[in-house]
Design a protein around this ligand. Structure first.
Ligand code: AKG
Ligand code: FE2
Length: 268
């Protein structure tokens, strides 16, 4: 795993709000991620479990097959997602000392799948933070033809917390941010095993899958330690959600496990 970050990569992330790490996983690691992710997704779909988009409308189901919090239901995924080396990279990029998992999610764009409309991530979530970050790992080659990621550089600096969602109009986000229309989007094709880290407030989306094969990705979103509840349920378990008041710390060790801390390393 290529888990070293150079100063120039840190500066690029700060400036653009995303960074591609080609061939992040080596051959064996990629095989492990593929096997575990595919198995965890198959199990979740077969069990008709919660935290999928299988009850959504036909359009959204064809954007991707979405399965959230696979680390909760699959031990192999737990080992992958709770890897402190990845969490350390996420913390280092976002400039924080202690980091929790918000949620993992598999996003498999099916053959001939719909595009992923331009959106921001953090406005979906139960906390507001300028230090939220995700890793998106390509399990298949991600190409301009099959729906690789696209970003609008620098937008994390002026984004707000309104949520446009991921609807049927690819460009709905620009009704909210007309000033972003003049910035050239950057496509990020990358070979399988590559990773993209992106800021929770950077504008991003993915093209349609024009090919007859799936474009699979495994992702994890991280929350800085110390974040507070903003009133949105998102993926919070119902009982926990009902127990929270706006402003309460989101520090449940099971729901949002602390996966890396500078102090943890210093003390160990
Ligand atoms: O994989 C996709 O199509 C979209 C991914 C995305 O929006 C994300 O990881 O935040
Ligand atoms: Fe996203």
């Amino acid at each position: 795993m290529k888990n070293q970050l150079s100063d120039s990569q840190l500066a690029q992330y700060e400036k653009n709000g995303f960074i591609v790490i080609e061939n992040f996983l080596d051959h064996d690691e990629l095989e492990l991620w593929r096997e575990n992710t595919q198995e965890a997704v198959d199990q979740r779909l077969a069990s008709k479990g919660m935290l999928t988009n299988q009850d959504a409308d036909e359009y959204y189901r064809s954007v991707f097959t979405q399965c959230l919090k696979l680390a909760d239901t699959h031990s192999g995924m737990r080992r992958i997602i709770f890897n402190p080396r990845i969490a350390e990279m996420a913390a280092t990029l976002s400039g924080i000392d202690t980091i929790r998992v918000w949620h993992d999610q598999a996003l498999f764009k099916p053959p001939f799948g719909n595009p992923t409309s331009w959106h921001l991530d953090n406005p979906f979530w139960s906390f507001d933070s300028h230090h939220a970050i995700s890793i998106w790992v390509a399990l298949d080659d991600a190409t301009l033809a099959n729906g690789c990621m696209f970003y609008i550089p620098g937008t994390h600096k002026t984004a707000r917390y309104d949520n446009v969602g991921i609807g049927k109009q690819v460009g709905d986000l620009f009704c909210l941010y007309p000033e972003w229309k003049s910035i050239e989007p950057v496509g990020c094709p990358c070979p399988a095993g590559s990773a993209v880290f992106h800021h929770g407030l950077v504008a991003h989306g993915a093209g349609a899958n024009m090919t007859n094969k799936p474009r699979r990705a495994m992702t994890c979103a991280y929350m800085p330690d110390g974040c507070v509840f903003n009133g949105k349920r998102n993926v919070l378990p119902e009982d926990y959600f009902n127990s929270l008041q706006i402003g309460d710390p989101l520090n449940d060790p099971v729901v949002n496990p602390l996966v890396w801390s500078k102090n943890m390393v210093a003390n160990s």
